[in-house]
Write a protein that binds this ligand. Structure first.
Ligand code: FES
Length: 148
């Protein structure tokens, strides 16, 4: 029985390897920075048309993203895209973080199947909402203490 389960698992993984890059599979299997921080400098939450939600929280120090975390109730692709975003923006300036778009995520993944592109779009949009929130809070510091 174990042989059949092992064989099946290998076949599934081989199918995944044909469709996704090693970078993507690594994030899919071991998502980074999962969990929303309290007192974030920037926070965004979006539910896509598919019903999946991504939340992204940022800590910014001297204009550089010091820490970025996420949460999601979405599928493996959504979680992997959000995880990739957190890795891509950490250490970047705010301007650099704004360059993390859907296409930048797809490039970082070494491409994605067409049916998964909306997951990268949702991750990018959520990041940009968190960056907008950061900019907003910077203008009116008191807001930080009355939001997530
Ligand atoms: Fe919903 Fe990917 S399936 S964002």
């Amino acid at each position: 029985m174990d042989d059949i389960a092992d064989k099946l698992q290998k076949e599934i993984l081989n199918g995944i390897k044909k469709r996704y890059s090693a970078v993507f599979i690594e994030h899919w299997q071991n998502p980074r920075n999962w969990g929303i921080m309290d007192g974030a400098d920037g926070y965004g939450k979006i539910t896509g048309p598919c019903g999946d939600t991504i939340e992204i929280a940022l800590m910014v120090r001297d204009g550089v993203v010091d820490k970025c975390t996420f949460d999601s109730d979405g599928c493996g692709t959504t979680v992997a895209c959000a995880s990739i975003v957190t890795d891509m923006v950490t250490g970047r300036t705010i301007i650099g973080a704004r360059r993390v778009t859907e296409s930048a995520i797809v490039d970082h993944c070494g491409g994605l199947p067409d049916e998964d592109l909306h997951c990268a779009l949702l991750a990018a949009k959520t990041l940009h909402k968190a960056l907008d929130d950061y900019e907003e809070k910077k203008k009116e510091v008191w807001k930080k203490y009355y939001s997530k």
